[in-house]
Design a protein around this ligand. Structure first.
Ligand SMILES: [Zn+2]
Length: 263
């Protein structure tokens, strides 16, 4: 697990799996853990990494309700989990889904966890809106399209955008069940001005980027989605994201496209 400091108040750890990112943000005496690494040893190490950096984690946040982003409470079992209302609603409406997906993953890879994932009623955050931390506030922006739920977090005093599963240098746009091309494009349009003024952009998967590089990825994502809407499976993939795993996601995206869907 790699840890990179972006600002005295922000650092990112990256899971060995899927380059999933987990961002720690602090203000004064309070810190939040946004999203999560995936492997048990990474989650076990996280509290010590946070403490060593002087971050006192009082809450976990998740950019969306996919199982690989909601594991923070393995590291901070006492901390409440805050999510966009859309994500909290998704957890309510699909009880046990995240736990089931995690179990399937763990079974496939023979991963052992110290205890089953508990996701007690999460705290709904106002999105768009703000969320207090120490004496400052995080800005919360709607980010749906990858799934039906989600939010991006803007850390104004650090110029850091934590965007969830959008603008990834390693993953093409992934339209999961419940997501849509039109919602995804709307999210990209919403994120664009933030990306452009960001010092650092933290994608849900992949390395941290400066604003310029992230803006270039965002434009590639938009071009891919427009081509996907128009040509389905024939749409070209972004140049640097054409490997086998990406072609699989692309096939899934194309299969999910209904010809009647307005985009
Ligand atoms: Zn993800």
């Amino acid at each position: 697990m790699k840890a990179v400091g972006l600002h005295p108040d922000v650092f990112v750890v990256t899971s060995r799996l899927w380059q999933t990112t987990c961002t720690l943000v602090k203000s004064g005496e309070e810190a939040f853990c946004v999203d999560s690494p995936i492997l048990p040893d990474e989650l076990e190490l996280l509290p010590a990494v946070a403490a060593q950096a002087g971050f006192r984690v009082v809450g976990c946040l998740a950019t969306h309700a996919d199982w690989d982003h909601v594991l923070g409470r393995y590291a901070f079992p006492e901390a409440p989990l805050g999510m966009a209302e859309s994500s909290a609603g998704r957890l309510r409406n699909e009880p046990g889904a995240a736990q089931r997906d995690l179990r399937d993953f763990d079974e496939e890879w023979y991963v052992e966890r110290p205890f089953p994932l508990a996701l007690p009623a999460s705290q709904s955050l106002p999105v768009p809106g703000r969320c207090g931390i120490g004496e400052r506030e995080l800005e919360l922006h709607p980010a749906d399209g990858h799934t039906m739920d989600g939010m991006a977090l803007w850390v104004p005093w650090a110029g850091v955008l934590i965007c969830g599963d959008y603008v990834s240098p390693v993953e093409i746009p992934w339209i999961s069940p419940g997501g849509s091309i039109s919602a995804y494009l709307a999210t990209l349009a919403r994120l664009e001005p933030l990306v452009e003024q960001a010092t650092h952009v933290v994608p849900g998967h992949g390395g941290v980027m400066d604003g310029e590089r992230a803006a270039a990825i965002l434009r590639e994502d938009r071009a891919y989605l427009n081509a996907l809407a128009e040509s389905g499976v024939d749409a070209p993939l972004p140049e640097a994201r054409r490997g086998g795993a990406m072609r699989k996601i692309h096939a899934e995206n194309a299969a999910r496209l209904r010809p009647t869907a307005a985009t």
